[in-house]
Design a protein around this ligand. Structure first.
Ligand code: NAD
Length: 290
């Protein structure tokens, strides 16, 4: 039976370590979150981010724009945040309501403040092995894996999903840890057979309970990124991952639950990125000619 990777407890420890480091800084890191429209899931997520930012001793700046906001208004706000020295991190909550174009908005964020790690500069830094800001959920996956598998070199890692937000950066991070990485996606042939070869299996497809127990190599570390809302008993919605936990847990060596696995790591890693960005920006400011 797999050992459960407790992401909730790990994230709490990470947040506590961040708060301890923030407490002794001579400045306060600041995170600005931009929310456009009134999507209830995004509102809840943004409120959680704001609360945890303040609990970590940082400043939280919340900017809400109506769903009818124009692309120009949004870009103007991002540019003002880029220029604000109290703001070290900028996060634009995605998805944006149509017809707003996320790519152009992300491109407008200063790479030094891009705490979501989504700009081309930070994606390029990750791909070429340079230090930069790494997307939060992939960073969370890596930290959980490092906790249970301190030595990953030579492991075969199969990552299901090739999004810029999760799959691709997870694959890059595992490659940096000397894993042999296979990036699977919706057109991959014989996905179950491929998964059965994986010492590390990361599922980020957004397909409820797609990965069954007989897809899992005995003893493998299984990281379930999926967050899917499905109808449960008595019509009540429940959250499930991309892995069928009941059949996978008896086979895997390690497994993350949903909820309580990767999910809590995302905001904790956002705080970590904000701290990193703030330290880098303040150090650069000190080095500037007066
Ligand atoms: P996405 O829709 O952008 O990408 C999904 C990827 O999965 C695609 O690359 C696609 O090719 C692949 N895929 C889809 N169906 C497949 C199939 N049947 N077989 C193999 N591959 C398939 O999604 P995303 O933004 O990368 O998110 C993936 C999942 O992770 C979602 O459930 C999302 O809710 C969740 N997520 C969780 C967190 C978190 O904090 N835990 C953060 C981001 C995303």
């Amino acid at each position: 039976m797999a050992r459960i990777i407790d992401g909730k407890a790990f994230a709490a420890r990470l947040r506590a370590a961040i708060a301890a480091e923030v407490a002794v800084l001579p400045f306060k890191p600041g995170l600005a979150v931009v929310l456009v429209g009134d999507d209830p899931a995004s509102q809840l997520y943004v409120a959680n981010k704001a609360r945890q930012t303040v609990e970590a001793g940082m400043r939280s700046f919340e900017h809400r724009l109506p769903a009818r906001a124009s692309q120009a208004e949004l870009l103007d706000l991002v540019r003002r945040l880029n220029a604000d020295p109290a703001v070290h991190g900028i996060l634009v909550q995605l998805p944006l309501p149509p017809p707003l174009a996320a790519a152009e908005v992300i491109a407008a964020i200063s790479p030094e403040k891009d705490v979501d790690g989504l700009t081309v500069v930070n994606a390029g830094r990750l791909a070429t092995g340079l230090p930069g800001l790494v997307p939060c959920t992939p960073l969370g996956c890596l930290l959980l894996l490092e906790e249970v598998l301190p030595e990953m070199a030579g492991c075969h890692a199969v990552v299901i999903g090739r999004s810029n937000l999760v799959g691709k950066p997870v694959a890059q991070l595992l490659l940096q840890r000397d894993c042999t990485v296979t990036l699977a996606h919706s057109r991959t042939r014989d996905l179950p057979g491929l998964c059965r070869q994986a010492d590390i299996l990361v599922a980020a497809a957004g397909r409820p309970e797609m990965v069954k127990g007989d897809w899992v190599k005995p003893g493998a570390a299984v990281i379930d990124v999926g967050i899917n809302r499905v109808a449960g008993a008595a019509g009540k919605a429940r959250l499930v991952g991309d892995v069928e936990f009941a059949s996978a847990a008896p086979v895997a060596g390690w497994i993350t639950p949903v909820p309580g696995g990767v999910g809590p790591m995302t905001i904790a890693c956002l705080l970590r990125n904000t701290l990193t960005a703030a330290k880098n920006q303040e150090a650069a400011r000190v080095g500037e000619p007066g």
